[in-house]
Design a binder for this molecule. Structure first.
Ligand SMILES: NC(=O)N[C@@H](CC(=O)O)C(=O)O
Ligand SMILES: [Zn+2]
Ligand SMILES: [Zn+2]
Length: 431
């Protein structure tokens, strides 16, 4: 395969069309190229396409080890490449849990072998996600996987003393604790957003305050110990406001919003179709609007997919028995275009910040999230915002099919993804 790609007439971050030359893993030219001066160059006509830095996901469930029926590192990273991602952070709620240097090194190695995108394992905060004892955070940080993000995602680190100690501990290696903010007692048996509709549908409600109370507490803890906090999947207007106020006070807090929370609402629970069951739950239209506004003004730093594959037997059942979670990698950019770019809330530079630069910064990943400029690693996605497509779950590279967008028409398509100058997706297909 060629190691030299001349991309003609491409709009870098939405700017005027120009040329982009990738060779031997790096960007060697941005601007009109008359003669690349190398024989083996492959030319791509990118008229109408936008070039973005390779996307970085801070929140992906790859399910390996343990639930290879739902997803593997191989299948999940193929889905990531199809979505324009060149790096993903793999959540720790696997079986066994990624709470030791051994498990995170295994996941990291599987990512390298698969080669579709770089995999950065997230380490668990507590042993077995049990919320009782701190995991070996230092050993995971020092391992070959160089873990910097720690999370019990799927479960909340609800014990304030443990949370405080984790925040203190990760300072030693510039790590961050990514909190799944869910007060457990306030959400016992919870099935959907608490409101008029949950009462009508007879499904146990999940109050906004269960999320907001933990975020407020954690902001205060992070401020108290002078550490770095990241808030996973923010879903309520109140949460956005708490993060906004904490940032204004100088707390070192970052936050993510998921594509599904930017577009779907709790009314979908009325279908009783568990495809819409997710943690945290889909919220109200007002929450969706507040998340969009927060993402636009920088209160919410990033979009993270929370790609959560589940096999159909865990979703093909009644609502209360079904698993929480939905696919996200292959549709994230389209949802962001639909909800943020097309309505004028973000431009493509803003998308690059929220889906590449900022997640790489938060995860302390040096080789990703870099502007497309001469000398940078050639991690690039070519995206066609002008087409529309109907989501067909059977086309997914994921081993699971639980996309809530089945049959929906969405804008945009990833045409090519380059990982260090090597295409992982070309002409819209996996290489
Ligand atoms: N988001 C979800 O609904 N599910 C996630 C766990 C999580 O992100 O909390 C999963 O692992 O399936
Ligand atoms: Zn979570
Ligand atoms: Zn998650």
């Amino acid at each position: 395969m060629s190691t030299s790609y001349l991309i003609r007439n491409v709009s870098v971050l939405g700017g005027e069309p120009t040329d982009l030359h990738l060779r031997d893993g790096v960007v060697v030219a941005v601007g009109a190229v008359s003669d690349p001066g190398d024989g083996g160059v492959e030319t791509i006509d990118a008229t109408g396409l936008v070039a973005l830095p390779g996307l970085v996901d801070l929140h992906t469930h790859l399910r390996e080890p343990g639930r290879e029926d739902a997803e593997t590192v191989e299948s999940g990273t193929r889905a990531a490449a199809r979505g324009g991602f060149t790096a993903v952070h793999a959540m720790a709620n696997t079986e066994p849990v990624a709470d030791t240097a051994g498990v995170v090194e295994q996941v990291w190695r599987l990512g390298r072998e698969a080669g579709h995108c770089d995999v950065y394992p997230v380490g668990a905060v507590t042993v077995g996600l049990q919320g009782e004892r701190l995991a070996e955070l230092g050993a995971m940080a020092d391992s070959a996987a160089r873990v910097r993000v720690f999370s019990d995602d799927g479960k909340c680190v609800s014990d304030a003393v443990l949370m405080r100690r984790a925040l203190e501990y990760v300072k030693a290696f510039d790590g961050v604790v990514a909190q799944h903010a869910q007060e457990p007692r306030l959400t016992e048996g919870a099935q959907m957003n608490e409101g008029e509709l949950s009462g009508k549908l007879g499904l146990a409600g999940w109050p906004a305050v269960a999320e907001e109370a933990v975020i407020a507490r954690d902001c205060l803890l992070a401020e108290h110990v002078g550490s770095r906090l990241h808030v996973c999947h923010v879903s309520t207007a109140g949460s956005v406001q708490i993060v906004r106020e904490a940032k204004a006070r100088g707390v070192d807090v970052t936050a993510e919003a998921c594509p599904h929370h930017l577009i779907l609402t709790d009314e979908l629970a009325a279908t009783y179709d568990p495809i819409y069951k997710v943690n945290p739950p889909l919220r109200t239209r007002a929450d969706v609007e507040a998340l969009r506004a927060g993402l636009a003004d920088g209160t919410i730093d990033i979009v993270a997919t929370d790609h959560a594959p589940h096999p159909h037997e865990d979703k093909d059942c009644e609502w209360s028995a079904a698993a929480f979670g939905m696919l996200g990698l292959e549709t994230a950019l389209s949802i962001v275009q639909e909800t943020m770019v097309d309505p004028g809330l973000l431009d493509w530079a803003g998308v690059a910040e929220r889906m590449s630069y900022a997640p790489a910064r938060i995860g302390r990943v040096a080789d990703h999230g870099r502007p497309i400029e001469v000398g940078a690693p050639a991690n690039v996605v070519l995206y066609d915002p002008s087409v529309r497509r109907t989501v067909d779950p059977t086309e997914s590279a994921s081993l699971s099919r639980n996309t809530p967008y089945r049959g929906m028409e969405l804008p945009g398509r990833v045409v090519a993804t380059f990982l260090r100058g090597r295409p992982t997706v070309l002409a819209g297909a996996l290489v």
